[in-house]
Design a protein around this ligand. Structure first.
Ligand SMILES: *Cc1c(COP(=O)(O)O)cnc(C)c1O
Length: 361
């Protein structure tokens, strides 16, 4: 069966080369003679895989030595609890609410202690990010939390909010490794893998060592950054296969793409293809986010009415352009164009959108 162009928000498209490599070595990993699916996590070959995955992430994202790289389970969602559980320690934290995911992190954070909203974009249906001057920040906060790319609203911070000396915590799930970052600006930056860097099952947490050392004691081991760091993310069985695929994805970034700088150029070019169609459509297509903060990863858009939505989706599907239906809270369509979405897929979608407008506009 032929592969379609998959615009799903997550789990999402993976590089074909990665799938082929995983398939090739699925029955017997070179040097091990058994499948990654069958291998003990305490074995030498698996230790080599998790070490290489960490080394690759450190290289791709230029992670400073005073940061830990953890491989955790429970999805990005579990971090909505682990962050306050480990870092609040009876204090209070500030949340910047730019969309569904940061709002969810705030409401789940409340189950763990005192968290407050430092900015709320809900009045504008989350169509932009705040200026630093609009943030109502508590200088004594344990941390400031934000979501760098709102997957559902397609709103993306172009640069980190300036929060002074308070540790900045970032959910980067739907943009992780899409451009070079200065990791030293973050106390912790984390991402589930299934949007932009691998399959579901593993969450990558990059966290400054002093935050790990000072994190709360007395937690269940798998919920404790300290315990997981002390045990090399293997207090218990890690998601071995997912970690292995993240290794392949990071190798693809380094060796095939040529690094994250290159990826950023490609990502800007891909997003521009779609935004150009939207901007030059005389209102036939309407983007959700304000132009200055629209996402390079998730492009939500709609038409003036919903009348033609089913037709649009059916015709797109017939061309092999899949999973374009928008999230119910925003409506219309959403094209997720993560790192692994080939340029040809975005070109084909842009052409289809122009063609559809000509025939129906
Ligand atoms: C998908 C997503 C989540 C939730 O991830 P799970 O792995 O399903 O828990 C959280 N934050 C953002 C920004 C996301 O895109």
């Amino acid at each position: 069966m032929e592969r379609v162009f998959n615009f799903s928000a997550g789990p999402a498209v993976l590089p074909l080369q990665v799938l082929e490599e995983a398939q090739r070595d699925l029955l017997a990993m070179p040097g091990a003679g058994m499948s990654i699916l069958e291998m003990s996590h305490r074995s030498k070959p698996f230790q080599a895989i998790i070490d290489a995955t960490e080394a690759n992430i450190r290289k791709v994202m230029n992670v400073p030595d005073n940061y830990k790289v953890l491989f955790l389970q429970g999805g990005a969602y579990l971090q909505f609890g682990m962050v306050p559980m480990n870092l609040l320690k009876g204090g209070s934290a500030d949340y910047i609410c730019t969309g569904t995911w940061s709002k969810k992190a705030l409401s789940e954070g409340k189950t763990q202690g005192t968290v407050r909203c430092a900015w709320d974009g809900s009045a504008d249906n989350f169509n932009h990010t705040p200026d630093d001057s609009e943030l109502d920040l508590d200088p004594n906060a344990a941390y400031v939390y934000y979501t760098s790319n709102e997957t559902i609203q397609g709103v993306q911070f172009k640069t980190e909010p300036n929060v002074g000396n308070v540790p900045l915590i970032c959910d980067a799930s739907s943009e992780f490794m899409y451009k070079p970052l200065d990791i030293s600006k973050y106390g912790c930056i984390y991402a589930c893998a299934q949007k932009n860097c691998g399959p579901a099952g593993v969450t990558i947490v990059i966290i400054r060592e002093d935050l790990v050392e000072n994190s709360a004691d007395g937690l269940l081991g798998v919920l404790s950054y300290k315990k997981m760091a002390e045990n090399g993310s293997m207090l218990n069985t890690p998601p071995c296969f997912s970690i292995y695929v993240v290794k392949l994805v990071t190798e693809w970034i380094m060796n095939t793409i040529g690094g994250v700088d290159k990826l950023y150029e490609i990502n800007k070019m891909k997003a521009q293809l779609l935004y150009d169609v939207i901007d030059s459509s005389n209102g036939f297509y309407l983007g959700h986010a304000k132009p200055e903060c629209r996402s390079l990863m998730n492009v939500p858009f709609k038409m003036a009415t919903d009348e033609l939505n089913d037709k649009f989706l059916a015709e797109a599907k017939a061309l092999g352009l899949e999973s374009l239906k928008g999230h119910r809270s925003v409506g219309g369509f959403r094209a997720s164009i993560y790192n692994a979405m080939p340029v040809e897929g975005v070109q084909k979608l842009a052409e289809f959108m122009k063609d559809f407008m000509q025939k129906n506009g």
